[in-house]
Design a protein around this ligand. Structure first.
Ligand code: PLP
Length: 431
């Protein structure tokens, strides 16, 4: 199968008029799009030439309930026909936003209770940093404004979200970032303590981390890490923000990633799986006590809001999506199929010399490639896998040479086996 053999007209128009997000510009100009997708069905995507591939990344770690779910189209249509949009600014509201906020309070851990809606993960992160800083202003400690994040982290591309992103190439893309962002070694509570001490806890508003680092290469923390982080944040009076943009809504085999560690953050950032990508939506869920402080201490207007905060159609889609995740036991399926996927990686590790460490938590997985200091091989394996019918992603930041995976939570055993077989053959072909 020739993956570049796509519809010529679309390909030329794409090259000429479409600047792609997070894309290799020269390659795009030379070859045009590798796939122009026209259809989705379960774990499969189909392109203009009728090529069918397994979406081993749930597109961008987000299509949790799989492609082609007509129920979500139905939910969107019904809401749009009733009320496509109305504002949530000031004291206006709408039923899907209210019901979704209440549903999130029910399903998120601990005392997380109140949601501020956004249109995606980057906006959720920027919102969390601004709300954290505003919180300390309200508490009479305006000097607490630094945000600490982890090396190798990814928090999005809005100015604040990029500034918090630990993957340096994303920060180096532009030459001036938001001030007061600092980084600490990932996976190490001791390193966080040292960073807090060095920066001065009285100047720090919040620490943010992903429960499992995604774009940075699927790095899974030790069991005690977040407990220690929670203790440090309590001790130094620092807010804990967790970025569950990828890990939320069942991805890791629990409803939310932090449930693996028994820790509740003060704020939780959501997006992606909240609608499984069927509409643009994100949110920040605040703990009851933070919400109470906002209520008791604010006397002006909360001057932060997006036009689409609480978009009725997006919220209606999210509600239906969450219902599907619950009714079809997709969190449990992610846990079970995640184990199958990891077993598959371990089998490939035994078969192929090129494979180093393999990792997984639920349906987030990684396979390290042993390029031994030479050019990374993961990008070539990704291309080879795509031509054989599997989409996955390479991570080559920070001298890594890693393949990452995040198939839809609806995947079944046979589809996992198909994924593993294609991956094995792709690695074999590159060896
Ligand atoms: N946070 C994490 C952990 C992410 O993985 C992403 C996107 O990949 C974002 C934030 C940014 O979300 P968005 O692309 O919806 O702005």
């Amino acid at each position: 199968r020739n993956v570049t053999n796509v519809n010529q007209e679309l390909s030329e128009l794409d090259k000429k008029h479409f600047l792609h997000p997070t894309s290799p510009i020269k390659q795009q100009q030379e070859h045009g799009p590798a796939f122009i997708f026209t259809k989705g069905d379960g774990v499969y995507l189909e392109d203009v030439n009728g090529n069918r591939v397994i979406d081993g990344m749930s597109s961008l770690w987000n299509v949790n309930i799989g492609h082609g779910r007509k129920e979500l189209g139905q939910a969107a249509m019904e809401q749009m026909n009733e009320l496509a949009f109305s504002s949530c600014f000031a004291t206006f509201s709408n039923e899907p936003a209210i019901r979704l906020a209440a549903k999130l309070a029910e399903i998120t851990p601990g005392d997380l209770s109140t949601t501020f809606f956004t249109s995606g993960g980057s906006e959720s992160n920027d919102t969390a940093y601004k709300l954290a800083r505003h919180y300390w202003i309200l508490k009479g400690m305006p000097q607490k404004k630094k945000i600490i994040s982890c090396e190798k982290s990814y928090h999005g591309v809005a100015m604040g979200a990029t500034s918090a992103t630990g993957l340096k190439p994303f920060r180096d893309f532009t030459n001036s970032l938001a001030p007061d962002f600092y980084y600490t070694e990932h996976l190490s509570a001791q390193a966080l303590r040292e960073t807090i001490e060095a920066e001065g806890p009285e100047t720090i508003a919040a620490f943010i981390a992903e429960p499992v680092q995604g774009a940075g290469g699927v790095h899974i923390v030790s069991e005690d890490y977040f407990k220690e982080v929670r203790e440090l944040c309590n001790h130094y009076n620092i807010l804990l923000i967790t970025d569950e943009v990828i890990t939320g809504f069942g991805r890791t085999g629990k409803a939310f990633g932090m449930e693996h560690y028994g820790v509740t953050p003060d704020m939780m950032c959501l997006a992606k799986g909240i609608t499984s990508g069927y509409a643009q939506l994100g949110g920040v869920v605040l703990s009851e006590s933070i919400h109470k402080d906002f209520m008791e201490r604010s006397n002006g207007t909360l001057l932060h809001g997006y036009t689409y905060s609480g978009h009725p159609m997006a919220c209606a889609v999210a509600l239906r999506n969450i219902e599907i995740i619950e009714n079809e036991n997709l969190v449990e399926n992610a846990r079970n199929m995640g184990e199958e996927m990891l077993k598959g990686f371990q089998w490939i590790q035994g078969e192929r010399d090129l494979v180093g460490e393999v990792r997984g938590l639920g349906l987030m997985g990684a396979v390290e490639i042993l390029s031994q200091g030479k050019e990374p091989l993961a990008p070539a394996i990704v291309n080879e896998a795509a031509s054989r019918g599997l989409i996955c992603r390479s991570v080559v930041f920070d001298n890594q040479d890693t393949l990452v995976f995040a198939p839809p939570l609806t995947i079944n055993k046979q589809e996992v086996e198909q994924m593993i077989e294609i991956l094995h053959d792709a690695i074999h072909a590159i060896e």
